[in-house]
Write a protein that binds this ligand. Structure first.
Ligand code: ZN
Length: 293
């Protein structure tokens, strides 16, 4: 099924729910980065939660960035989304591999390791707003749940899943996020907790052919829900351009630019998000040098 993100809220406004299928989006990320399964799962889960969080952004220029800075074999994981759930991301070591864990699952927690989780909201103000918490399990969903509880003080349930096929391609991916607003009752919280605890993994529900809407209603069984009829298609989309790359190179500063001009005479940069290559020749580098600080 095609990727889709749906959102809804309870009629009393105390519950907010987001459900997304992201199979194509995560499949695209796997193809770009040629990642092995454990990296695909870690990046896919992070991209999926970024796409969901993008729905809470107001303006077209706003972005949310999620960074897992763990000491595991994957190295840093980065995912960025805009308000249309157009996402991009990378993992430093996409070819890292680990044996399955004791449960026979991809060992994402171990591959991510211990360290920090940073969430950065860029709303076009001078200083972006950011929050940082320690990585709890490295399984991504638990870490994001912890982040919302600790940093935003919003009780949140998150489920994320990526099913990788035997040829390393992505079979199914998706996720959900349920958030309780401040006036939610203890009864609502307990009821939701029980549903989530007993719910099958999101990939299992998607594999069974359930649509994101059906999953949304399943996860909020017993509550009166209003689902937004605005359709959102989360996609993998890089935003790099010659201008952005040029600005990035200029930002390294005069000293470093001078070294590049003297030693190499040209500069080749590759976008970490989509692997596009940009080459700047000497005449252009000299102009950039004048603009650098
Ligand atoms: Zn790019």
């Amino acid at each position: 099924m095609a990727d889709k993100l749906v959102r809804g809220q309870s009629t009393d406004g105390t519950i907010k729910v987001f459900v997304a299928e992201t199979s194509e989006l995560v499949g695209e990320a796997q193809k770009i980065h040629k990642s092995l399964p454990v990296a695909t799962a870690a990046l896919g889960r992070t991209l999926t939660v970024a796409a969901i969080m993008g729905q809470n952004l107001k303006n077209d220029a706003d972005s949310v960035t999620i960074q897992f800075r763990g000491d595991g074999i994957l190295g840093n994981i980065v995912a960025v989304s805009d308000n249309k759930s157009q996402v991009r991301g990378y993992v430093v070591n996409p070819l890292a591999d680990l044996p399955l864990n004791k449960k026979g699952k991809l060992d994402v927690g171990k591959a991510v390791g211990k360290g920090d989780l940073c969430v950065i909201y860029d709303m076009g103000m001078k200083e972006p707003y950011s929050g940082r918490v320690p990585i709890v399990t490295g399984e991504i969903a638990e870490d994001m749940t912890y982040y919302f509880a600790k940093s935003d003080q919003v009780p949140t349930a998150i489920g994320l899943g990526v099913l990788v096929d035997t040829d390393c391609s992505v079979k199914t991916a998706g996720g959900y996020m349920i958030q309780l607003m401040p006036d939610a009752t203890e009864e609502t919280a307990q009821k939701l907790e029980e549903i989530v605890r007993n719910a099958p993994p999101i990939t299992e529900m998607l594999e069974k052919g359930m649509t994101p809407e059906e999953i949304l209603f399943f996860l909020t069984d017993g509550f009166d829900m209003l689902v937004s009829n605005e359709t959102v298609t989360p996609v993998y989309k890089c935003k790099c351009s010659p201008k952005r790359m040029r600005d990035a190179v200029i930002s390294i500063g005069k000293e470093e630019l001078k070294r590049i001009i003297d030693e190499d005479g040209k500069c080749e940069v590759e976008c970490q998000f989509c692997n596009s290559k940009y080459v700047f020749q000497k005449d252009e580098l000299l102009k950039m040098y004048d603009l650098a600080r």
